[in-house]
Ligand binder design. Structure first.
Ligand SMILES: CC(C)(COP(=O)(O)OP(=O)(O)OC[C@H]1O[C@@H](n2cnc3c(N)ncnc32)[C@H](O)[C@@H]1OP(=O)(O)O)[C@@H](O)C(=O)NCCC(=O)NCCS
Length: 220
């Protein structure tokens, strides 16, 4: 059964908004199609929900693991502070994604953004396990490959993950990010509440410590 919906895409006039679909019977749910038109190029990015759960028999699809691995390595190489320090190898990133996917439950939702060459973005929400916080989720691993940045892909991923979080019954989302980063601006622009900063919270790629900014978004 097809469910049609509109996800408002923030941004510039040159972006064309497409009808948005979700097919609950397909193996990967396409929930947003974004067509970005620039003077020199056209980039089609599709945001899909990954249906992999740790309860499934077998291993996560190889193309998914490879795409997410390359995305994480690219983010760290770009200087981003996303759990890892500068020297992460493909093998370490691969192991991390396999472990993460291996613990995915029905309370976790992973979205990926694809262009014609493969995965260019990711984000997931992890529903809290605590019985007294079942309404809360943590948003993690918002990553966009350097080849697809500054075209609204992250904004669209956030739009989509907030929509899905609401649909699975979450009413409160939290996240943290490097203070002063591109992501810090993005979350504020999207209306997330910036609670404050904790200084010297995590290591940067260059080994120095940086502050993190903490955010929440109420979905009701
Ligand atoms: C943070 C990150 C996810 C943003 O991804 P992105 O797809 O480039 O984000 P967007 O395109 O939605 O927005 C980024 C900027 O591009 C601008 N932009 C969006 N569409 C645009 C377009 N069509 N043309 C020009 N600029 C555009 C936005 O206004 C924003 O501007 P700003 O940085 O001056 O505030 C990406 O830089 C990244 O992966 N960084 C490394 C990992 C990381 O730090 N993740 C956050 C973990 S919490």
């Amino acid at each position: 059964m097809w469910t049609r919906r509109t996800v408002p895409l923030h941004g510039l006039a040159r972006r064309m908004t497409q009808p948005l679909f979700r097919n609950s019977e397909s193996s990967s749910n396409t929930i947003a199609i974004i067509q970005l038109n620039g003077p020199m190029h056209t980039l089609d990015v599709v945001i899909e929900e990954v249906e992999w759960r740790s309860t499934q028999v077998g291993e996560p699809p190889e193309d998914l693991v490879v795409g997410l691995t390359e995305l994480l390595v690219d983010a760290v190489a770009s200087g981003a502070s996303v759990s890892f320090t500068g020297g992460i190898t493909l093998d370490e990133a691969r192991q991390w994604w396999r472990k993460t996917l291996g613990s995915f439950s029905d309370r976790d939702v992973l979205l990926v953004a694809r262009d014609a060459t493969g995965i260019v973005g990711s984000v997931y929400v992890s529903g809290c396990w605590q019985p007294n916080q079942q309404f809360r989720g943590e948003v993690m691993k918002l990553l966009v490959h350097r080849r697809a940045r500054r075209r609204g892909v992250a904004n669209s991923l956030m739009e989509a993950i907030e929509t899905r979080a609401r649909e699975i019954g979450l009413t409160l989302l939290v996240l943290d990010t490097n203070a002063g980063s591109d992501a810090d601006r993005l979350y504020q622009r999207r209306g997330w509440n910036r609670v404050g900063e904790i200084p010297e919270y995590s290591l940067q790629a260059d080994g120095s410590k940086a502050a993190s900014a903490f955010f929440y978004l109420k979905l009701t």
